[in-house]
Design a protein around this ligand. Sequence first.
Ligand SMILES: CC(C)(COP(=O)(O)OP(=O)(O)OC[C@H]1O[C@@H](n2cnc3c(N)ncnc32)[C@H](O)[C@@H]1OP(=O)(O)O)[C@@H](O)C(=O)NCCC(=O)NCCS
Length: 374
Amino acid sequence: MVDKALGGAGLRGQVAGETALCTVGKSGSGLTYCGYDISELADKVEFEEVSYLLSRGELPNQSQLDEYKAKLKTLRGLPAALKSVLESIPKSAHPMDVMRTGCSMLGNLEMETDFNDANDHIDRMVAVFPSIICYWYRFSHDGVRIDVETNDDSIGAHFLHLLHDKAPSELFAKVMNVSLILYAEHEFNASTFTARVCASTLSDVHSCVTGAIGSLRGPLHGGANEAAMEMIENFTSADQAEEALMGMLERKEKIMGFGHAIYRESDPRNVIIKKWSELLAKEVGDDVLYPVSVRCEEVMWREKKLFCNADFFHASAYHFMGIPTALFTPIFVMSRVTGWTAHVKEQRANNRIIRPSADYTGPEAREVPPISAR
Ligand SMILES: CC(C)(COP(=O)(O)OP(=O)(O)OC[C@H]1O[C@@H](n2cnc3c(N)ncnc32)[C@H](O)[C@@H]1OP(=O)(O)O)[C@@H](O)C(=O)NCCC(=O)NCCS
């Protein structure tokens, strides 16, 4: 029987394996990567250092970081066959489907054969994902074939440069850096679990990540930042947001960007991205979206004791940086690929195929009637 006391459906609260990569809702502020608290990481390091930590197990020293970043820069280019696939995907496609196809195509062109050392493939995905999404976006929307091999110092700056055709401000590059750190890893969430299940069959790393992208796409998971944006952009003032939200709650609608499967009182990533969203609002002269977002947060806590998760203030932060809403979740992919692939390696290192059981709720055993009698 599904154990209701343990959270019942959704496997809530049930331990499904071990990890040395991350704790959620346990120590410090509530989120740690390899023992480091998320608030310290977001404050003190670059996303590339977190990516190195997850793929190599320790933070890099300066020369290791320099070497790693130099390597990632050389891996930004797109093979001609991948460009051709991206050019054939229509403008109307969902950008997460573009990411899924791009990752899958990469696996065809650069197949993983040696499963003992996945890091070259992982580094390649970390470096090339911004190129994949921006190449398709700019080709399908602006009709241009962009050069994806920029010399930008960071992955976040590379992404914004490709998207906007100009190098970003220091502030925008910094916020992207923080955002990518916040989204990098989160224990056995739905997309990571997808990647681990796939890895447990001894499949290749591109298949694991392609499957994970599919799981992340849904609005109950990564898609929540886009859904939150679609909601808040309809509100013209904080008062109007409150009125509309009260109506939504009365109609028992789900409010995207709020609540969490593990955290009970707050999401430690929210306080960090909220601070940056406020700074960006000042920078771009916003006096609607940020106050609207703050009022939503107040109303949801007052009415439902529901708090903002990582996605809610990401919506306004990304918007202030001129990022189209449809590209919000692909940014999540650009970051979470580091966590997914770390889990793939961890699963492979101590593998047994993941194969749970189900309680049967169907009909009693019966005979197949002849087709004329059905
Ligand atoms: C994240 C989420 C899927 C977790 O689901 P969960 O573990 O089933 O949530 P909980 O057990 O905490 O839900 C408790 C109650 O609060 C309600 N609730 C949770 N999140 C809610 C939200 N965002 N808006 C309105 N009601 C919500 C649930 O419907 C449930 O009500 P019920 O007991 O009457 O059924 C859920 O909070 C959600 O759908 N949030 C919006 C999507 C989102 O932001 N996802 C990103 C997650 S990082």
